[in-house]
Design a protein around this ligand. Sequence first.
Ligand SMILES: Nc1nc2c(ncn2[C@@H]2O[C@H](COP(=O)(O)OP(=O)(O)OP(=O)(O)O)[C@@H](O)[C@H]2O)c(=O)[nH]1
Length: 303
Amino acid sequence: MVNFEYGIAEQLPNAKVLIVDDQLLNITLLQKILAGHYQTSVAHSGEDALKMIEESAPDIILLDIEMAGINGIETCRVLKSRPETKNIPIIFITSFGQHEDLCWQVGGVDFISKPINPKTVFNRVTAQLTLKFQRDKLLELVFLDGLTDVYNRRYFDSHLTKTQLRAKREQGDYALVIIDIDFFKQFNDIYGHIEGDKVLQQVAHTIKTTLLRPCDFVARYGGEEFAVILPDTDLRGGALVAENILNNIAKLKISHNYSIYQYLTVSAGLATFKGLSANESIIKSADEKLYVSKQQGRNKLTF
Ligand SMILES: Nc1nc2c(ncn2[C@@H]2O[C@H](COP(=O)(O)OP(=O)(O)OP(=O)(O)O)[C@@H](O)[C@H]2O)c(=O)[nH]1
């Protein structure tokens, strides 16, 4: 049986707790309770919180209800409506008992009444963080590719949908790059499957380390095929990243006697998009470009 406790205790001290409150006294008290256990940060309004969360998502949010501007309930509603923030656990902290039903309705995971009991706050935050990290671990097992340690195709599909929704909201571009190892069948035939597996790991690692922005994403899309999603990226930016990937893989200088280049190379297809389309049509566009790269001799990017 999988041990879901494994590693959770070590993870807890790095947990990021966002306190959202407009009263200095409350903020100070909550920080005092959590200091030394978790990494806390503070937003002084709902608006501030939404901005901060977009830049860096916390592991949990302690949310006051009564605030000037967007109140806690509305802030929670916005967060729960966005795919990339809907799973962040939110604990409401308020003195207004009559809001209790509303807190559950909008998706809070817990509710703490003021005046707060420090032990209760600490224990409830710890319980929710533990659940959150256990869930993340489980998702990792379901969504990571066992061989290469990058995301698998199942996760890629849901991530592509999330990226599209974000691009629609922000009216931005996003890029998709499909990368395929050249002459990989022959590589396996010449060097064996174990060496082939090692190459897949090296290629995945190289793609991962070439991507610089935290929101850039790579998945193993098929046997020897990888897909990279670059949010907020136009054709020029996407081409720059894709060229870097091709160069960095060529620089590994992995011998491949069958290849016309004598070492292992990859081909890539790049396409950029705005707004919503079916996942299949997005993939098809990038795939068609990849096909051109293969036709034109491989070790190439087409866009
Ligand atoms: N070692 C290993 N090989 C794999 C894995 N998944 C797929 N492959 C191999 O990848 C090869 C892909 O072959 P093809 O689709 O013909 O592509 P290719 O030989 O790279 O040819 P081009 O793409 O046209 O350059 C097949 O031989 C698969 O067996 C894996 O997990 N490990």
